[in-house]
Design a protein around this ligand. Sequence first.
Ligand SMILES: C[S@@+](CC[C@H](N)C(=O)[O-])C[C@H]1O[C@@H](n2cnc3c(N)ncnc32)[C@H](O)[C@@H]1O
Length: 265
Amino acid sequence: MSVVSAVTREEAGTDAEAIARTAHPHIRSFSGRRGHFTAGQRIAYETLRERWCLPYRNEALDAAAVFGREAPLIVEIGFGMGETTARIAATDAARDFLGIEVYPAGVGSLLARIEAAGLRNLRIVQRDAVEVVRDMIAPATLAGVHVYFPDPWPKKRHHKRRLIQPPFVALLASRLAPGGYLHCATDWEHYAVQMLGVLSREPLLANSAGEIALGETAAQCRGFAPRPAWRPLTKFESRGLKLGHGVWDLLFLRRTGPSEDRARE
Ligand SMILES: C[S@@+](CC[C@H](N)C(=O)[O-])C[C@H]1O[C@@H](n2cnc3c(N)ncnc32)[C@H](O)[C@@H]1O
């Protein structure tokens, strides 16, 4: 029996947490450049933050208390300007959403959308998602995680800054409830291939797309998923499509029951 296979499901969260604290200390997946607010974003940021942003805390979030109900919780990491986030939350009123973003203008933009659309099932945490997921999300609690068009960090020397790395994926998987999903999308082929490799190697996850083959190019790989109807086109995706990039979706499910233990052997 390997050392990893001795880890129980309850312990998996702690295990991933330890990994996140050590192997993934603080290589930030975002740049320090913060861009500029439009007037509307600034006003929203200054007037609506208290209402719809949750402060970062080093303690598990009580989602039922925050949203005033028991509902499946979906986390979106790096929502940018929040167009997609707001549209998904508006069309899926039965679920609650937590958007995580570091970019103040993006937070202002989503705050304005929450207010304009009267969304009651969406909150924001402005903080590094690695810290939010590690510290505020209890193990095995999330119904889903969305990571749409994360920064591709195209230069080889910057690949270490990509968000989808084994330690962070292990942490995300540990926060998913059994049967919960991790949905990623990118328009950057090299990153798509990396994502497929990293997600396929995470023992707690199973690819929903069935047939799997890893390769060096997307064409050599099998295991990408069709874009689910509920994921609208994002701004970065539209930009990528205009540049002639492909788009790759990856949809993995948190394993349940005995298969989870087998995966760890
Ligand atoms: C390329 S943009 C994509 C935005 C949006 N998902 C879309 O598809 O239009 C990536 C976003 O992720 C945010 N981001 C990167 N790393 C992050 C992290 N560790 N925590 C929170 N946000 C992060 C960046 O600030 C940026 O807004």
